[in-house]
Design a protein around this ligand. Structure first.
Ligand SMILES: Cc1cc2nc3c(=O)[nH]c(=O)nc-3n(C[C@H](O)[C@H](O)[C@H](O)COP(=O)(O)OP(=O)(O)OC[C@H]3O[C@@H](n4cnc5c(N)ncnc54)[C@H](O)[C@@H]3O)c2cc1C
Length: 552
């Protein structure tokens, strides 16, 4: 059964008169009267308020860019419109129209909606849960969000699917292979193969092979920054560490901007099941954890810009004390802040295999999410790596594939993998461990994808050619510190050094610039540790800002 069927009462709660009066104090304007059939807002519109219905009714529908429409609910007095998009003025995924009797409703723009959520504990919890459940319901619904049109294993289709999934944005894929709707659409529009994939936004706009940033702008995921605004804290990277800083700093009243070049959740977001994070005995997917943190950060008013890469920290020595720090951005813009938190984590290490880049996204993957699992269902695959992230991916993928070759350079898994994962893998009949082995060559082409991998036994030198279309690589991570270009001290492996020169423990040698999580030298490369540092740095930011005010 769908969420809409099982959790309807929590998804569309009816506030009682006392709750309505409590909420009224937080409204962003007086009640507004809508005529019968009048549109309150359309799909894709930004900065639309959440409306609390006082009289009449409001019909909520969802539709996609091809005009397919589905009714969600008819709201009555005491109910409110909106989902998590409303927390930050992102493009809305549903439309609202006054019913046959018209409607009278109270508006709550993003800031006032957040004030209501924070200002009223129980009522706030009821409303926050409803907003989250509505997004989850939209994610499982067919008719909503973006439509991708292209071949399922096309590298750009995979890239966009991963981007949309990792950012919890609903989407469907119309396969152009075969004679289905996707094929007919491409024929009708006369789209050339090199223009694929298409992306159809809910407002009907059609993009041809869009970048993630173009897709995000069209879908209202990426919110334009306010030029010249000086934040108390700018966080580079919205992985577990950066998200923790965003939540704690915003909940303590600081103005926060968190930027991520790809998606919230970072490395953890790519994990199918995190079982050793405190408080989740049955485990939680990295994406679910990231989704919760993202909603939490938004509730407290943190601004999260995704996808937006930070290309440089301006660490010009002539900057006067107290003058804001400046971050240069991939879209040519800049962000200003009194403090900067480096939470850019680590990126997947690329093995020294010739022509590997040709196959990245075309058969070679550094993570194993539901998107990749769907692509290699029932096939023979190989996975390289002996650490926990590799182990988790084996446990996740093995039940979905025909055979999984687990390739490690060492004699076995004991030196690098947690016991529980080794035991799980041992119980999987279709997993074959290849010790003392490495991949030395790949065959195929980007247009058609990977077709085979050459495996060499490191002791005997014997080579085996394995026919396979999917190869997963989990061979460690290197710090994402290139964008800092010598602004801060790094250790011999490139991790950022903090706590030197009597600075605050998480502060770099550059005053007001902090580093946390996997990118920090000496940090423990675990979700809980990253979250811990993300929380701990906020107290140090307060201390720094306090110092600024006393010297000003
Ligand atoms: C597959 C996998 C499974 C794992 N499983 C577990 C587990 O079960 N338990 C556990 O405790 N740990 C696990 N880990 C480790 C854990 O995920 C990391 O320790 C944790 O994610 C580190 O968090 P972080 O925020 O410091 O960095 P990251 O998670 O690396 O996040 C950094 C973020 O910064 C962004 N970024 C980087 N550079 C820039 C830039 N220039 N501009 C803008 N954004 C930028 C990236 O896009 C990324 O989103 C796993 C790791 C992997 C890869």
């Amino acid at each position: 059964m769908s969420l809409l069927e099982t959790r309807q009462a929590q998804m569309f709660p009816v506030l009682d008169p006392v709750q309505v009066e409590t909420a009224r104090r937080f409204a962003s304007g007086p009640p507004r009267v809508f005529q019968p059939g009048e549109l309150l807002y359309e799909v894709g519109e930004r900065n639309v308020p959440s409306w609390l219905l006082l009289e009449g009714n409001i019909a909520i529908t969802r539709h996609d860019g091809l005009g397919r429409t589905e009714a969600m609910v008819v709201e009555r007095p005491g109910q409110f419109t909106g989902e998590v998009s409303q927390l930050a003025g992102r493009g809305t995924l549903a439309a609202a129209r006054a019913g046959p009797d018209g409607a009278t409703a109270l508006p709550f723009d993003a800031a006032h909606l957040r004030a209501l959520l924070i200002g009223t504990a129980e009522l706030g919890e009821t409303i926050m849960r409803a907003l989250i459940l509505r997004r989850m319901s939209l994610l499982e619904a067919g008719v909503t969000g973006a439509i991708l049109v292209g071949p399922p294993d096309h590298p750009d289709v995979v890239r966009l699917e991963v981007f949309l999934s990792r950012n919890s944005y609903p989407h469907t894929l119309l396969d152009v292979l075969g004679d289905g709707e996707g094929h007919a659409l491409v024929e009708r529009m006369g789209v050339a193969p090199d223009e694929l994939p298409l992306m159809i936004c809910p407002n009907g706009t059609i993009l041809r092979r869009p970048s993630n940033a173009e897709a995000a702008s069209c879908l209202g995921i990426l919110i334009p920054l306010v030029p010249g605004k000086v934040y108390d804290v700018a966080v580079v990277g919205a992985g577990p560490a950066g998200l923790a800083t965003a939540v704690y700093a915003a909940s303590e009243g600081l103005s926060v901007l968190a930027l991520d070049q790809r998606a919230t959740g970072g490395q953890a977001g790519a994990s199918a099941r995190i079982e050793n994070y405190l408080g989740f005995p049955t485990g939680i997917s990295g994406q679910a954890l990231a989704g919760r943190a993202w909603n939490q950060a938004q509730k407290f008013g943190a601004e999260i810009a995704v996808p937006l890469e930070v290309t440089r920290l301006d660490c010009d020595a002539s900057r006067a004390p107290g003058q804001p720090l400046r971050l240069e951005l991939g879209d040519g813009g800049a962000a200003l802040a009194k403090t900067v938190v480096i939470a850019s984590g680590a990126r997947y290490r690329r093995p020294a295999i010739p022509n590997i880049e040709e196959f990245e996204g075309a058969g070679v993957s550094y993570w194993a999410s539901a998107v990749e699992a769907k692509l290699c269902e029932g096939e023979e695959v190989a996975l390289v790596g002996g650490g926990n992230s590799a182990g988790q991916a084996v446990v996740f993928l093995a039940p979905k594939v025909e055979r999984l070759h687990l390739i490690v350079r060492g004699p076995d898994l004991r030196a690098s993998m947690s016991r529980y994962l080794i035991d799980r893998i041992a119980a999987l009949p279709n997993v074959e461990l290849h010790p003392h082995t490495e991949i030395v060559g790949l065959e195929g082409a980007r247009s058609t994808g990977l077709s085979a991998a050459i495996c060499r036994h490191r002791q005997t030198g014997e080579e085996v050619r394995r026919t396979l279309r999917h190869l997963f690589l989990f061979i460690g991570a290197d710090p994402n510190a290139g964008w800092l270009q010598g602004c801060v001290e790094t250790d011999d492996k490139g991790f950022v050094v903090t706590g030197a020169q009597a600075g605050l423990p998480l502060e770099t040698a550059l005053p007001g610039v902090f580093a946390i999580g996997d990118v920090r030298a000496g940090s423990t490369k675990r979700v809980a540790a990253a979250v811990g540092e993300g929380a701990a740095v906020v107290a140090q930011i307060h201390a720094f800002l306090g110092g600024l005010t006393t010297t000003a």
